[in-house]
Unconditional design. Structure first.
Length: 190
């Protein structure tokens, strides 16, 4: 009896390429979202730690503030790719008037709001407070809000996949979800 299977997961043979959406069974969007979600969460943690370890000299507080800035920049760069692939999924995979499209729209507006918050956060960091010895309070607050909003937005993205099976398809390019104009809640008979 075999214990592991690696080949089928890694092979691209037989998978249809779908441009910005990726390959059948191997979409681009989900893996690209992991880094921005983690980066924005870590930035908030670094900022809170920066403020809490501030000893007046600012050595550790300054390094944590810088770490928060760097992870925000990395998250923002990758979020451009995630948004492009997300737009392709929205454009090609969801039909207007369906529960999936409405949920995708909610997910998108939350993630766009997060991006705006992160860009404001970075603007403050890089222009108003570039040499601070620790994270300023308003910057830390903005990082915390961005972390909360990205977490809620990621919850909507996860619901699309795990609750609705949205954009989940077999390697043979067959969708495993069905369109519905009415909202379907967990536990409701279909």
């Amino acid at each position: 009896m075999r214990t592991f299977s690696f080949g089928p997961v890694l092979t691209m043979k037989g998978r249809k390429f779908k441009g910005l959406r990726g390959w059948a069974g191997k979409p681009f969007h989900p893996p690209l979202t992991a880094l921005p979600v983690a980066a924005y969460s870590f930035a908030a943690v670094f900022d809170v730690l920066s403020r809490s370890v501030n000893d007046g000299r600012g050595s550790l507080g300054r390094e944590l503030y810088r770490a928060g800035t760097f992870v925000l920049i990395a998250g923002a760069v990758v979020s451009v790719l995630a948004s492009l692939t997300g737009w392709a999924d929205w454009h090609r995979s969801s039909q207007p008037g369906t529960q999936a499209r409405r949920t995708v729209n909610a997910h998108a507006i939350l993630m766009i709001s997060t991006t705006v918050l992160v860009l404001l956060d970075l603007a403050w960091r890089l222009t108003a407070y570039p040499d601070n010895p620790f994270t300023p309070g308003r910057v830390a607050a903005l990082s915390l809000v961005a972390a909360v909003v990205v977490s809620v937005g990621a919850t909507y993205g996860g619901s699309l996949v795990f609750d609705y099976g949205f954009n989940v398809e077999t390697s043979g390019d067959h969708p495993v979800w069905h369109e519905s104009e009415t909202d379907v809640f967990p536990g409701d008979p279909h």
